[in-house]
Every structure is written in C-alpha cells, then in structure tokens.
Ligand binder design. Structure first.
Ligand code: AMP
Length: 397
C-alpha cells in the first residue's frame, strides 16, 4: 500500500476526499472549523511535496441539486486563510470548467470543487460520475474518515481508477492506528464504557468487544433495559421491551467470557424529563412509578472511577446520563474526569461516538484523552468489526 509520508507527489494532481461538512450560520459563516483544520496536515504534505491538491467534499444534505446554503464556496475564505494561500474554486465538481481548472493547476495551487452532493450520483456510488472525478487527477487520497462507512462515488468507487496511486491521508491513518490498537493490541485491563440512549444501537459493538475486554461499564438510558430484564423496578425510565432477552443474553456471554459487567448500583431519578424536575437518589432497581432514572448516582460514580483508574486501556462511547441537562450531567462529567486522570497516569483512552465527544468538549477535556475520534458512525462501525467500504477500497489491490 502507498503511504502519504513516502509517496512522491512531485508534479502530480492529487484528488483528495476531505470532510469539510462544517456548521454554517445564517450568514454562511463557519461556526466550527475543526474539520477543516483536521485536513490541513494532509493538504500541506501534498503541497510541500510538490503536488497540486484538488479537494472534494460534501456539505450538508442538499436535495441532489445546487442550493446556495450548501455551497462549498462559503469555505474558501477560511480555507485560504488556514493554508496561507488563495484557494481556487470550481463551481461544479465535474464537467468542462472543473476539467479546465484542474488541468491548468501549477505547483503551489489548491483547487476546491463544489459540493459533491449536488449530484445524486455521489451517494449512489455511480461509476461514471466517479470516473469523471478521477479524470481530474493522477493520485487519490482519502482523508474523510467521517464518511468512510459510506460506499459513495468519492469515498469508495473512485479508488478503483487509481490502482497504483491511492492512499489514506493523515486523519484516516491516525483514526485507524488508534482503533486498531484498541481492537487488536490493547494493554490489559481493558475497560469499555458504553452509555447512551438505547441498547439496540450498541449491541454489535458490545458483542464485538466481549472477547477483548476485561470490564464492561454500562450507563445511560440503556441501563434500564438490563435492570428490568433482571427483575428490577424501573418506574418510567427508558426501556426497550423487545430487547429484554437480548440484555440477558449479553450478560450471559459476558460471564462466559469472564468479562466483569458493571451496571449502576444507584441513580439520580426525576419526576419529569426536565432540568426543573424534582430529583432523588435511589437504588437502580427501586424506581417508583412516575419517576425515571436520568443519571448515575454517587456510589456508582465512585465504583466506576475505581475501575477506570485501574485500567490500562479505556474505550468510551455514550454519555452516562442526560448530560445535556445540568441536573443530570454529573455522572458523565465525573466519568470524563476519571478517564482524563487515568490517561495522565499512563492508560490509553479512546473516545468516540457523537455524544461522548460532545461531552468531552463540553468539559474541555479533549486534550486530556488519548484520542478522540472524529467519525461518529464510521468509528462505531469499525469498532463493531465491520469492514468500511472507504477503507477497503484503499487497502485492496
Ligand atoms: P447515544 O446517541 O446512543 O450515545 O445516546 C445519547 C443520548 O442518550 C443523549 O442525548 C442522552 O441524553 C441520552 N441519555 C443518556 N442517559 C439517559 C437516560 N437515563 N434516559 C434517557 N436518555 C438518556
């Protein structure tokens, strides 16, 4: 496989799939440029190596045609500023004008193509559309981890037109390195902390992890499906009635594989799903009717902190409670702090999945984690043991 560090980009046009799907306000200003910054090392490496990057991305969810609010032209000023050079912009990602602009690129130039999703062919993985994109360049680099689980034209299909000249960018390389370390080469004890709303979203990842981990901490809304399955009283807490047997099955498999499962012992309950609700702390299986469990309790936090502090590898996905409301954020905040402390002590921690990343950012702990994944859905699927189409397309010959 070709490698971005050693590849000779000199004089080459390089088609780079990036993820510039950034949030814009009503004045089309970028409110968070994290994703653009994440692509800079790859773009700068290509420029520094004498190559000419042709950047392509999606933005938002246009309905297969031009929409002003989803135009990537809004990205040009910030990208130019971050790269320290004026970025050229092609008003359509394929067609004569894009071809002309690509053909006339000189070393030092950077070209950004208009939103790929203005063409329905992008999401369909259309081969003709992919061929038109491929015709613009000599080399293909995929650095859009957030869409690596989608078999779209620009993320997957296009790779076949560059059998000898395709590779990952630094962002995807980094994501793979950290996920592979956790999946295939973890130091023990290895603790997985799974939270969030529903068991159904997390079944596959839990099943894939059970043969690899030593401890499984279960938190968030999915707790109550496990508690009810074991005969506990959960009041009006969130529950998936059709997953009760599955919860018992997962506990049985965990036992067979010698995985120690930590369900909460106590929790913060509320008489309404509201920051103004009345609250109290009860055992997790003694919730009165009309009340619901919305956060981990103090004794649970103490136990989980101990488990985290004695771990060498920690994977965290999903909040411990309804952390969007301050009244029910303490469990999530304390678990984030414990992971930061364990990481400072030498453990490796990987945080992924939209809401745990949001929590880490909320408590300004991103720099204290081992690695925070940039791809919610893609990270989940990789950790479930699935082969992502965008990854496979680069790896296969
Ligand atoms: P997920 O996207 O599956 O990681 O779920 C995240 C969501 O789960 C967040 O919006 C939380 O508010 C929610 N959540 C966490 N704990 C609970 C709970 N005990 N009851 C209801 N929702 C919860």
């Amino acid at each position: 496989m070709k490698n971005i560090d050693t590849y000779d980009f000199h004089g080459k046009k390089v088609l780079v799939r990036v993820d510039f799907n950034v949030p814009l306000n009503d004045d089309y200003e970028i409110t968070d440029d994290t994703r653009i910054r994440a692509a800079l090392p790859t773009i700068n490496r290509i420029i520094g190596g004498g190559g000419m990057p042709i950047l392509m991305s999606h933005l938002g969810r246009p309905k297969d045609a031009y929409e002003e609010k989803f135009s990537l032209k809004h990205i040009v000023p910030r990208l130019s500023e971050l790269l320290g050079r004026k970025v050229k912009f092609a008003p359509d990602c394929i067609g004569p004008e894009a071809e002309k602009m690509a053909a006339s690129l000189q070393p030092g130039d950077v070209l950004l193509l208009e939103n790929l999703r203005f063409h329905a062919e992008e999401k369909k993985g259309d081969e003709g559309f992919a061929a038109q994109l491929a015709s613009l360049a000599d080399v293909y680099v995929n650095d859009a981890f957030g869409t690596a689980h989608r078999a779209h034209a620009s993320t997957t299909v296009v790779a076949k037109f560059f059998p000898e000249d395709k590779m990952f960018g630094y962002l995807i390389e980094n994501e793979l390195k950290h996920m592979d370390k956790v999946l295939h080469n973890p130091e023990h004890p290895f603790t997985a902390i799974m939270g969030g709303a529903k068991v159904s979203d997390k079944i596959q990842i839990i099943e894939n992890l059970l043969g690899r981990i030593d401890n499984l901490v279960i938190g968030g809304g999915m707790v109550y499906t496990f508690v009810k399955a074991q005969g506990g009283k959960i009041g009006n807490s969130l529950v998936e009635e059709d997953k009760l047997d599955l919860a018992l099955h997962l506990l049985k498999v965990a036992k067979e594989k010698n995985v120690k499962v930590y369900l909460p012992v106590d929790n913060v309950i509320a008489d309404a799903f509201s920051n103004d609700a009345n609250t109290k702390v009860t055992p997790v299986d003694e919730i009165p009717d009309g009340w619901m469990g919305l956060d981990a309790g103090p004794e649970t936090i103490r136990i989980v902190r101990e488990v985290i502090m004695s771990s060498k590898t920690i994977l965290w996905n999903g909040p411990m409670g309804v952390f969007e409301m301050d009244k029910f954020a303490e469990g999530t905040r304390q678990i984030a702090l414990a992971i930061a402390d364990a990481t400072a002590k030498g453990a490796f921690s990987l945080v992924g999945g939209g809401d745990s990343v949001a929590a880490v950012n909320k408590y300004h702990l991103k720099d204290k984690m081992g690695y925070v994944s940039t791809g919610g859905g893609a990270m989940m699927e990789y950790m479930e043991g699935k082969e992502l189409p965008g990854i496979k397309a680069i790896r296969e010959r």
